[in-house]
Each structure stands twice: as structure tokens, then as C-alpha cells.
Design a protein around this ligand. Sequence first.
Ligand code: PXP
Length: 241
Amino acid sequence: MIRLGINIDHVATLRNARGETHPNPIKAAKFVKKCGADSITIHLREDRRHINDIDAKKICSIKRLLVNLEISTNLNVVNTALKIKPNFICIVPENRKEITTEGGLDLKKNKKKIRKIILMFKKKKIRTSLFVNPSIEDIKISKELGSDCIEIHTGRLANLIKSKKKYNQEFFRIKKCSKLADNINLEVHAGHGLDYKTTEILSKIKQIKEFNIGHYIIGESIFYGFKTVIKNFKKILNKKK
Ligand code: PXP
């Protein structure tokens, strides 16, 4: 079974647009689980532009819900995450002016810091993941730093497919990285910019065990509802290949 993690940050974006309490991300977390999500992802950004500390705390205390908390290497956020104790953490780069996470971590530059953060979470038995570009070097560094998993940034592939450009080279880059990661015992995840078509293409890489998808699922659910959209994604992920 390939797992589907759903990023519900944009439920909070919608709530915050009005500065009130609706739609409620806690309700969304419970609801997407009921609709078949294997886990939910939330990103506690340094500027708290969508999910805030109270949301994160409440979501992480929902029984039998697996929560993947995305954080940057900012120590304030790291300490908050250690207190909240999600099931999984995924370390991502963060740039104040970006609209969304634009690329993978600069592992070479931040080795010492990331190694230390991974260790802190592993001591608490929290599964660790690093959001990386599809680069062989970054896969090797991820292993060296002691991460349990890597999540490959699929934004470039998704953009090429959506703009009907040639995507083979990027696809094979992701495939090669996934194979290497799997060989050295790093669990492979994928995420960013995915929709039905891009997910279907990537699901042919059998080493990818988890897909984390947000914006498209929330957007599509406005028209068809979470139940239908999640069902469609799960069908794509677990189609016999
Ligand atoms: N995975 C990671 C690590 C992310 O940071 C994000 C959000 O930027 C996603 C997955 C989901 O991306 P999207 O909202 O484009 O589906």
C-alpha cells in the first residue's frame, strides 16, 4: 500500500483570511482521516501564516491520527515541535518571502545543524525526514545525517508536466534517487505541486512509499469534496502497475 498524506495547511489559510474560526483545521484533520488519509501534514511556519501553535498542538493530540509536522531549522520552531511531539517530522527549508517551499534543503551548508536536530527527534522516537531535491549527493548526505526518510521535492517535475514540457530527464533523476535511497535504507516520500496526473506518473516509481499532497487536494475538494478526491488519489496510488 502506498500511503497518502494530506497537507491541510490551506484549511488554515482560508480560516485566517477572515481572522475567525471557520473552517477549522482540527475538524479537517479528523475528517480527512475518516475519508481515507493515511496521515496528515501540517507546516508550522516561522511566520505562522497558516497553522499556528494551538492548531498544531490540538492536531497532534487527536487519537489514532498520524501527524507529520514540517518545520524549518529555526530553533524556536524546533523546540515547539519537540514539545508538541508529532509522530513524524520533516525538516524543510524556509524563506520568508516565498509563497511555498521552493526547493529542497541545502544539506551541505547545514549539515551540523540538521544532524543535531535529527538526533533530538530520534531521541523522542519521532520519525525523521528531510525534504531534498532529487540529487544523488543529497541522498547520500541524508543517510550520513541519520535521517529515517527523505521526501523528494517534486515541484520541478510537476511544473514540467503541467506546462507540457519534456519531463523524462527529471523523472529519471527522481527514479535514480529513489532507488539509491531505498538501497541504503532511507524510506522514500514525494511531495510538492502534485495533482492527479503528476501523481499517476510518479506512482510508477515503486520505491516511493508515501505521497504528501496539499494544495491540489484542498482546491479540488471545493468542487468535489474530500471524500471523492481522496478516493481518487488512493485509487491512483494503489493501481496495479
Ligand atoms: N511536502 C512538503 C515537504 C511540503 O513542504 C509541501 C508544501 O509545500 C508539500 C509536500 C505539499 O505541497 P502541495 O501543497 O504543493 O501539494
